[in-house]
Design a protein around this ligand. Structure first.
Ligand code: GRF
Length: 217
């Protein structure tokens, strides 16, 4: 069976990209990364992609006068690489409505909160300020509004006494690295559909167990 071709967009560290690279290294994984595109030449994720012999491209947004001309070049690069699903992995640019329309339900993002709570770049600070006892991460289809769109998969992570942004981010990131490859696998296996703005997953399995924090006695 042919593998789903992924185009991964990054801006920085690329640890979620690495999780996808590692998943794709397994012969039975139903997706492969055909290109990694960064809007920053110094993104550490580019080094990870090159180490895995994945084609990389740098398209610097600062070279463009407006968002849509940048988006058109990113779109052209993804098309040329044969990408079928776009994975945003720490990509720090908003995508125009034009771009999102080119890829209907073909763009996914990972966000470090249980959406729709705590959108934006400071989700861990928001979670700590709100005093929630569970935070987590969400993989969702992308809409032109920031951190919005049908949710494919979430992982809940406890917020612990004494947590700061860094400790909570690290705990959530560990879950992200498990969540993103799993969500992409479900999509690549054609088990994910969007119905009435919500994701339906065929045969995903289910647990009815609640997650408590603090734990029950
Ligand atoms: C992750 O926390 C992701 O959820 C958010 O940006 C961060 C990117 O980290 N969108 P990395 O570049 O994948 O290490």
């Amino acid at each position: 069976m042919s593998k789903l071709k992924l185009g991964v967009l990054i801006s920085g560290r690329g640890s979620n990209l690495q999780a996808l690279i590692d998943a794709c290294a397994n012969a039975s994984y139903p997706a492969e990364i055909v290109t990694v595109i960064s809007n920053r030449a110094d993104a550490k994720g580019l080094t990870r992609a090159r180490a895995a012999n994945i084609a990389t491209q740098v398209i610097e947004h600062t070279a463009y006068g407006d968002r849509e001309s940048f988006d058109r070049d990113v779109d052209a690069a993804l098309q040329a690489a044969g990408a079928q699903l776009i994975c945003l992995a720490g990509f720090m640019r908003l995508l125009s409505a034009w771009f999102v329309d080119q890829w209907p339900d073909r763009i996914v993002n990972i966000h470090p909160s249980l959406l729709p709570a705590f959108k934006g770049t400071d989700s861990h600070a928001q979670a700590l300020a709100a005093g929630v006892k569970l935070s987590g991460c969400s993989v969702h289809f992308v809409r032109s509004e920031m951190d919005a769109g049908p949710i494919v998969m979430q992982a809940a992570v406890p917020v612990l006494p004494g947590d700061n942004e860094d400790s909570l981010a690290a705990r959530v990131l560990t879950a992200e690295h498990q969540c993103y490859p799993r969500a992409v696998r479900l999509i690549a296996e054609n088990r994910v559909t969007v119905e009435d703005g919500r994701v339906v997953i065929a045969d995903a399995g289910a647990t009815a167990e609640p997650l408590f924090n603090p734990p029950l006695d």
